[in-house]
Ligand binder design. Structure first.
Ligand code: MG
Ligand code: ZN
Length: 362
């Protein structure tokens, strides 16, 4: 057989071998081991665009190749609140504004955090609000109304979350009912920290960790919060990556929403840039790990925020607001890692939940 023929059939063999290998790799790669869901509360396209103009660093949102848009209306309202918005993500069901993982008849709905715990995942929650605030609460608590933060705090004591960090100390100690939930958590094997977070701390596999670093929400970044969100994420990843069965971590940039409600562009943009930095950290982790699906999205847009031209001057941007509340606009979804491509397109917010569950079924 002439040499040329041998080479080309060998070539075909190699090509088909590579094709089969890559099919296998892709099939495996659609099933993530770990899920990191990052929620920037109140962040629409204009908030993300602000990072382009007001940050000295390139935006980490630009690192994603898969982008989608979600429709955010709740079961009760054209415009959702954060409780119904987070419940859509955590349970896959539309409910009424104010609901913490209960349906329109106030019946508790199983959350993705609870479902994945049963599958052997370790879990974590990080927020710059109280840890009992609507967004994080919708992943572990079941209450009729978001303001029931004392009851939500009690739900956290039975949720078996492996790592949590945020504000909200006042719902755990010095309570009106005299209960000391910090003590309750310690009795259940938690290492509790109430004053500081050391990102270099050694995390033990056998322990659970709880950080409650402010009485109410964490301070605003512009009031000296420092790298709390970054450091908490670093520590959370250090703890959860020890899990053999994978992990689910929810990270919320809670206060972008508060900047929007206050119609305070400096507050909003500084919180957004802080969150953007943490996206960078999480993507670096996921790139190195190779088995982690990262989804970055928002529950809704806040403020009807826009980057308007100032008096028609196209070289001057005037960050502007059209409401002190939320808006009905679609919000973007960014995905990276195994299964990321299923997050492209335009769909309902509940599908975030469905898509994660479908990927894990494979
Ligand atoms: Mg929130
Ligand atoms: Zn809000």
């Amino acid at each position: 057989m002439p040499f040329k023929t041998i080479t080309s059939s060998l070539y075909i063999c190699i090509v088909s071998a590579i094709a089969i290998m890559s099919t296998n790799i892709n099939a495996q790669n659609d099933t993530p081991k770990n899920i990191i869901l990052m929620i920037a509360d109140g962040v629409g396209i204009s908030q993300i665009s602000a990072s382009q103009f007001y940050s000295s660093m390139p935006s980490n949102y630009e690192r994603f190749k898969t982008i989608g848009l979600i429709k955010t209306s709740s079961a009760s309202s054209l415009i959702t609140d954060s409780a119904a918005g987070a419940t859509a993500f955590s349970t896959g069901r539309k409910t009424y504004n104010g609901s913490i993982a209960v349906d329109t008849d106030s019946i508790p709905l199983p959350t993705i955090l609870e479902d994945l715990q049963k599958k052997g995942f370790e879990t974590g929650l990080i927020a710059t609000s109280t840890i009992t605030h609507a967004t994080p609460a919708s992943f572990y608590a079941h209450q009729k109304w978001r303001k029931m933060e004392l009851e939500i705090a009690e739900d956290l004591t039975t949720a078996n979350v492996n790592f949590f960090a945020g504000g909200g100390r006042s719902f755990f100690e010095n309570r009106e009912d005299g209960k000391n939930l910090v003590k309750t958590l310690e009795d259940q094997g938690y290492v509790m920290q109430l004053d500081r977070l050391d990102p270099s701390k050694k995390m033990r596999k056998s322990k659970k960790y709880g950080y409650l670093l402010a009485d109410e929400g964490m301070p605003r970044l512009i009031d000296g919060r420092g790298p709390f969100l970054y450091d908490a994420t670093k520590l959370g990843l250090k703890k959860l990556s020890k899990s053999k069965g994978g992990f689910f971590l929810m990270i919320e940039g809670s206060q972008v929403d508060w900047g929007g409600h206050a119609n305070d562009a400096d507050y909003l943009i500084s919180e957004l840039i802080d969150f953007d930095t943490v996206i960078g950290q999480v993507l670096d982790y996921a790139e190195k790990d190779g088995n982690t699906l990262v989804i970055v999205t928002a529950d809704h847009e806040t403020g009807g925020f826009t980057l308007a031209s100032e008096e028609g001057n196209y070289n001057k941007i005037k960050p502007s607001f059209s409401t002190g509340g939320h808006s009905a606009t679609m919000v973007p979804v960014f995905a990276y890692g195994p299964g990321a491509s299923s997050f492209a397109g335009i769909y309902e917010n509940t599908l975030i939940h469905t898509k994660i569950k479908d990927l894990l079924k494979k």
